[in-house]
Structure formats: structure tokens, C-alpha cells
Write a protein that binds this ligand. Structure first.
Ligand SMILES: Cc1cc2nc3c(=O)[nH]c(=O)nc-3n(C[C@H](O)[C@H](O)[C@H](O)COP(=O)(O)O)c2cc1C
Length: 188
């Protein structure tokens, strides 16, 4: 039987549409570095590898990403949930979040922003197009280098639904045989 539906206030649709995973964005500029939590991002293109994301103008990270033109998108898993929440509820203007949250870092290859060692994946990014930054705080980034852990195969990434609640990933359903090649990543 189909469940009855309610009339949901449109400002609450995020819980249904939120993509994932929650990521930690590291940035660096002029001798300073920072990290913020981010949920509002989307994949826009395979090649070049483009990601769109919103970084609110009031965030310290906004200034560092905009000024340097670079950042790293780090993908944490459930074991980092406390850091994810803490990093997203404090500002690099007030605190050194790397020291405060005990974040181990590694040097990136293409950009100045650091990689977060304990994250499952680290995507080094450069701003590809800033046309929508002034209007929407929307950055279009190109992933120029990607470091990903070989295991686990299905990492338990965190997906935010608002109101302090996360959904954890980890189980997969494959329908690969039913997909057109073009929808599986540029046909490769
Ligand atoms: C789960 C979660 C998701 C968030 N997603 C975003 C986001 O997509 N964009 C954004 O601008 N801020 C987002 N924030 C808020 C920033 O992480 C927060 O404002 C942070 O303090 C900014 O740090 P900064 O001033 O050091 O850059 C999120 C916070 C949390 C806890």
C-alpha cells in the first residue's frame, strides 16, 4: 500500500534532497590554513572533473578558497563524526581547528591546502569558474588530483539531513548491467 503523504513546507525539502557525503574542505592562503564542514555540493561533469559547491560568504574558508583559488575536498567516515560536527560549528577565525581537533595532515601534490590523512579520500581542487560566486557563493571546482583509500570498498560516509542528524552509508545496490555506458562515467 502506498503511504499517505503530508504537505511539507518547502524549506524542509533538504532532508529529502541532500546529496552526500559530508566533506571537510581544507584551504590555505598566505601562510594560513583552515578546514570547514560542507554538505552542499554536487558532481557536475566527469571530464573535466567538476564539482559545484556552496561556501557561505561569512565563512573564513570562503576568503581562503577565493583568494588562493584552491582547496581540498576530504571525505570522512563515521569514525570522524565528532570532528565533522566540531569543525562545522567553529571558525578558523577563532581557533586553529587542525590543532584543536587533532587532525593529521599530508602535503597535497597540486595545491597548497593540506590533505586530511584520516579521511577516506582527498580531492585536490582548483576553482574552474567563479561566475556564480558573487551571486550565490557557488564555486565550480575542478578536481585536479584524487587520492582514495583502497579499502573499505564501501566506506561508511556521513550524509547530513539537517537538524543535527546524519545518515550513514555503507551498503550498496548494483544495477550496473542495466545502465547505458554513457551514464557510467564517460562510457569508461
Ligand atoms: C553538517 C554540516 C554541514 C555544513 N555544510 C555547509 C555547506 O555546505 N556550506 C557552508 O558554507 N557551510 C556549511 N556548514 C557550516 C560551516 O562548516 C561552518 O560555518 C564553519 O564554522 C565554517 O568554518 P570557517 O569559518 O572556519 O570557514 C556546515 C556545517 C555542518 C555542521
Amino acid at each position: 500500500m502506498t503511504a499517505a503523504k503530508i504537505d511539507l513546507p518547502v524549506h524542509r525539502i533538504r532532508a529529502y534532497m541532500e546529496p552526500g557525503p559530508i566533506v571537510l574542505v581544507t584551504s590555505a592562503h598566505d601562510g594560513e590554513r583552515n578546514v570547514m564542514t560542507m554538505g552542499w555540493h554536487l558532481v557536475m561533469e566527469f571530464s573535466p572533473s567538476l564539482i559545484g559547491c556552496v561556501i557561505a560568504g561569512g565563512n573564513h574558508s570562503f576568503d581562503l578558497v577565493r583568494a588562493s583559488g584552491e582547496c581540498v575536498i576530504n571525505i570522512p567516515t563515521v569514525s570522524m563524526v565528532d570532528a565533522v560536527v566540531g569543525i562545522g560549528n567553529s571558525s578558523g577565525r577563532d581557533v586553529d581547528k587542525f590543532a584543536h581537533f587533532g587532525l593529521a595532515t599530508d602535503r597535497a601534490v597540486e595545491v597548497a591546502a593540506p590533505l586530511l590523512r584520516d579521511c577516506h579520500a582527498n580531492l585536490e581542487c582548483r576553482i574552474f569558474d567563479d561566475a556564480l560566486v558573487d551571486r550565490y557563493n557557488f564555486f565550480i571546482l575542478e578536481v585536479v588530483r584524487a587520492h582514495v583509500a583502497r579499502t573499505p570498498k564501501n566506506p561508511e560516509t556521513l550524509h547530513y539531513t539537517g537538524d543535527g542528524v546524519f545518515v550513514r552509508a555503507g551498503r550498496t545496490i548494483s544495477r550496473r548491467a542495466d545502465f547505458r555506458p554513457a551514464l557510467l562515467g564517460n562510457g569508461r
